[in-house]
Design a protein around this ligand. Structure first.
Ligand SMILES: [Zn+2]
Ligand SMILES: [Zn+2]
Length: 279
């Protein structure tokens, strides 16, 4: 019993150290970029930076633990299945083709959950935490309710596993899923960054800061640009918006609690904030 507690505490300490190293790397990349190519003047340590750093550690640990259970249940259901030899054929695809397909399928699944979370009041209560930021920078990427993150990730990963693009083997993470998770994490930090880069026609192939900053606008163009990586998904489904200029106002109408505890509990109905006009 005591040994088990000690083992779990050691693993947690190792995870916190690993995440601290990642954080130092992210700071080393994005702080200089935001100083050199500033979109809007901002202080490095702004209001909510401390809360966002807490979200960084919490959201890097908790959602992964929660989604492991439904994904391993799904793996159990799919174990040994090979309808019409489909899974065998998919398994034989070259690794990088599978990774590209995983990225596309994951982004498409997450697109629909993200779009639903803007449309349905209950889901919006959780997703609104992410949209509460009135100044957008790389660290705002971490501000999200764990419930919102768990459902977003499951909506992307369940189709990836159902299509046989990834397998759960011996409790180990599929290498392709590891690649898309690392790429997706770095890319979503980038598209939140307070940098004025425009990528020209490439912005229609892969998401950019301008593309995602428009997702955070709080004017008549809100509820657009739901895809994380591939803007073509928004183009196909009529939700893309990417003019040459940048949005001027970010955030939501509702007041979200300023503390980590408040943001964690408010969507659960434990301390309701002012109603947002989506509800
Ligand atoms: Zn959103
Ligand atoms: Zn965002």
């Amino acid at each position: 019993m005591v040994e088990n507690v000690f083992k779990h505490l050691s693993l947690l300490a190792f995870d916190v150290m690993r995440l601290t190293v990642w954080l130092v790397l992210l700071v080393a990349i994005f702080v200089p970029l935001e100083r050199l190519f500033t979109l809007r003047p901002a202080r490095i340590w702004r209001a909510q930076t401390g809360v966002d750093l807490c979200w960084y550690f919490l959201n890097s640990l908790l959602p992964a633990v929660i989604i492991a259970l439904p994904l391993s249940l799904l793996a159990g259901v799919l174990h040994g299945a090979d309808p019409g030899g489909f899974y065998s054929s998919v398994a034989r695809l070259p690794f990088w083709i599978k990774v590209l397909l995983m990225l596309a399928v994951n982004d498409l699944g997450a697109y629909w959950y993200h779009r639903a979370s803007h449309a349905h009041p209950v889901l919006w209560r959780f997703h609104a935490i992410h949209h509460s930021a009135e100044h957008i920078d790389w660290l705002v990427n971490t501000r999200a309710h764990p419930v919102d993150l768990v459902f977003t990730r499951l909506s992307g990963l369940v189709p990836v596993y159902l299509l046989g693009l990834a397998q759960v083997t011996g409790g180990r993470l599929d290498p392709g899923v590891a690649v898309i998770t690392i790429f997706g994490t770095i890319w979503t930090f980038f598209i939140h960054a307070n940098i004025r880069w425009r990528l020209g026609p490439v912005e229609w192939l892969i998401s950019s800061p301008a593309f995602h900053h428009w997702h955070h606008t709080n004017d008549e163009h809100r509820d657009r640009n739901f895809a994380s990586v591939f803007p073509v998904i928004d183009r196909i489904f009529g939700t893309a918006w990417l003019p040459r200029h940048w949005p001027t106002v970010y955030g939501i109408d509702a007041k979200v609690p300023p503390t980590l505890g408040g943001q964690l509990t408010e969507p659960l109905g434990m301390s309701r904030g002012k109603e947002d006009k989506r509800e």
